[in-house]
Design a protein around this ligand. Structure first.
Ligand code: SF4
Ligand code: SF4
Length: 80
């Protein structure tokens, strides 16, 4: 996924499954603290959480701003 023309790298092994990103997304878009309504998806059935984004994600970047565990990294992409 790209945000602000930067490539989003996801370090899933750093995720603690705290769900702060989902709470922030659902509150922003639905005025509810409800992880099931978030556009960021966390599958915690495996050894490490698997993170993905719903097709309706607005790419606003708010969820990644609220993660405290260095899961997300935005890197400049040279488009030339
Ligand atoms: S990505 Fe970050 S905010 Fe979201 S559940 Fe994992 S550690 Fe928490
Ligand atoms: S980028 Fe925005 S819309 Fe997409 S999951 Fe994160 S907070 Fe939700």
């Amino acid at each position: 996924m790209n945000i602000d023309n930067k490539l989003l790298i996801i370090h899933e092994n750093n995720c603690t499954n705290c769900r702060t990103c989902q709470l922030r997304c659902s509150f922003l878009h639905f005025q509810e603290f409800n992880p099931s309504k978030a556009y960021i998806l966390i599958d915690s059935t495996g050894l490490f959480p698997k993170i993905s984004f719903h097709k309706d994600c607005k790419k606003c970047g708010i969820c990644i701003d609220y993660c405290l565990y260095d899961v997300f990294e935005l890197v400049e992409v040279d488009n030339q």
